[in-house]
Design a protein around this ligand. Sequence first.
Ligand code: UT7
Length: 328
Amino acid sequence: MAITAAITAVEGYLPDFVLTNEELAKMVDTTDEWITSRTGIKERRILKGKDQGSSVMATEAVKRLCEKRKIDPLEIDMLIVATVTGDYIFPATANIVCDKVGAKNAWGYDINAACSGFIFALVTGAQFIQGGRHKKVVVVGVDKMSSIINYQDRTTCIIFGDGCGAVLLEPTEDGSGIIDYVCRVDGSGRKHLYQKSGGSANPPTNDSVDKQEHFVYQEGQQVFKFAVREMADVSVEMMKRNNLGADDVAWLVPHQANKRIINAVADRMELPESKIMLNIHKYGNTTAGTLPLCLWEYEKQLKKGDNIILSAFGGGFTWGAVYLKWAY
Ligand code: UT7
């Protein structure tokens, strides 16, 4: 059999601080009822403290991953970090994480694909395993969304949270692992969800900060419409292309942006709620963190050979789906 890239361990890290809907209702004009019924979110986690960037969460998750799989960080060949909230514009957060965990033999880089970041990074990491060049690739999905959220904007501050998940990819020839994927981008959608300043097009100035352009800008309804259609399309495409009926799919791992989007995607796939991984009520939208955090939380329920479909949609626009067979 051909070599495939299998997830052989998964770990996560969530900051301790819990920001509830009730707390948010004291900060902006909203209610627990509105947030719960429109998004499915009850609370989210926030990374507090000075000088605490995304690498803090990623480092902890990767350390736990190595301990769990009983590997020395020196064995890691490559480490990819999916994030839109890296510690710095440069260097890449992957460099910082490699340094902090002692992965001195690894190389790596960051992938910026917003909420689809983990899927894009997973597919990228898998190529190096399948090609036979690397034996151990760590893929991290992490975001400290609280660093780019305006907590006076009720349309965005209720959605996002901080968190990190990480997986280890290793080669296998037993038919498990990543079987198929589809990844897509449409840059014409960038105007509906982005950070207006801070990059090279509009470097940060006092004026840009005064105008609050360093925060996430989102046209929620536009993003919602695209997310429902495109996430469902690629998920159904994964099923059709691989001759999977609803009964053959053990789990859908959907990006956790809005419970209504997740339900619409599951409906198109004709999957019952019992097959959908969910953590949005506890953590909100952790951007690149949602998919690996779901896998981590549901790990004990997974069985070797389970057919799993991961699916995401995010800013850019970016979207994609992965079909994998669980390896342990
Ligand atoms: O992960 C990356 C991709 N992002 C997404 O997938 C997010 C997709 N979009 C969404 O999840 C939803 O569009 C939101 C949750 C952002 C908003 O929900 P919605 O049902 O689309 O609400 P809306 O924007 O159509 O707003 C409806 C009303 C508006 O009031 P009016 O104009 O009808 O008077 C809003 O001002 O709800 C108001 N509103 C709120 N009310 C209470 C917006 N945010 C809030 C709020 N609390 N937090």
